[in-house]
Write a protein that binds this ligand. Structure first.
Ligand SMILES: NC(=O)c1ccc[n+]([C@@H]2O[C@H](COP(=O)([O-])OP(=O)(O)OC[C@H]3O[C@@H](n4cnc5c(N)ncnc54)[C@H](OP(=O)(O)O)[C@@H]3O)[C@@H](O)[C@H]2O)c1
Length: 236
């Protein structure tokens, strides 16, 4: 058993949930957070049933207070956060004219501001300890021009800029920041029809989870900065 603590946001379903399973199987302590408590509690029960340590906390990344209190609770319980995985995210696939101000605020608050808040909440301690790893889950939409994705792309491109800039500031303290930019993954982020149609073509959430684990397990001196991973047959 490894005593390193991995905090995964948005772990109630999809990629985040599979990351929790992958890191846990590899022996790490996982802390899973999200808004849907019952899903998180079920996930932790499964992990504990397999004899491993895990905790669940309700955390809405769009709320500064929620992020701060969750960070505090993790430090109180385990005394450390070795890796933060900023995975929580939402998408809205609409053309620009149909995109409401509400849609903009919703997506930006969770995808960009939420990741900003979570990074801020752990970095001070990481800098003090001169160690830590932050893995941000972005999307190929951060760098690829796609239709009907303007606000989603904007949130992920913003996170890419934020992440790259923070990385430059903190690498001198031995802190690693990695961006993972996945293409289509078969999760609830897609509507049922699209999911059914492209099921065989999309990557699985386990594929992305294993990439995050491999990224974290690189030698001390090695930093994987950015990973772009797509289905073999390309974007949908
Ligand atoms: N699926 C894809 O094709 C794809 C491709 C590229 C990138 N991504 C990225 O991968 C990440 C995970 O998405 P997914 O595909 O696994 O979809 P998903 O199954 O819908 O998972 C999204 C997760 O984010 C959480 N979440 C949403 N709003 C939140 C909030 N305000 N506070 C905390 N957690 C919140 C959800 O949990 P609660 O609802 O319980 O809070 C859920 O666990 C996202 O950042 C997404 O942009 C996905």
């Amino acid at each position: 058993m490894n005593n390193k603590v991995i905090w995964i946001t948005g772990a109630s379903t999809g990629i985040g949930k599979e990351m929790a399973c992958a890191f846990s199987k590899a022996g790490y302590i996982v802390v899973v957070t999200g808004r849907r408590k019952s899903r998180l509690v079920n996930l932790v029960s499964e992990i504990k049933f397999a004899g491993r340590e895990a905790s669940a906390f309700v955390c809405n990344v769009a709320s500064e207070r929620s992020v701060q209190s969750t960070t505090k609770r993790i430090f109180e319980k385990y005394g450390r956060i070795d890796c933060l995985i900023n995975n929580a995210g939402v998408s809205i696939f609409k053309n620009f004219l149909d995109t409401k101000v509400f849609d903009y605020d919703y997506v930006m608050d969770i995808n960009l501001r939420g990741s900003f808040l979570c990074m801020k909440s752990v970095l001070k301690t990481m800098i003090k300890l001169r160690r830590g790893h932050i893995i941000n889950v972005l999307s190929v939409a951060a760098t690829t021009v796609l239709e009907n994705s303007s606000v989603y792309a904007c949130s992920k491109a913003g996170l890419l800029a934020l992440s790259n800039s923070v990385r430059k500031e903190v690498r001198k303290y031995n802190i690693k920041i990695t961006n993972i930019l996945p293409g289509a993954v078969e999760t609830a982020m897609w509507d049922a029809k699209t999911r059914q149609k492209f099921k065989n073509r999309m990557m699985s959430p386990e594929d992305v989870a294993n990439i995050a684990l491999q990224t974290f397990e690189q030698p001390k001196k090695v930093l994987i900065e950015d990973i772009v991973v797509r289905p073999l047959k390309g974007d949908l």
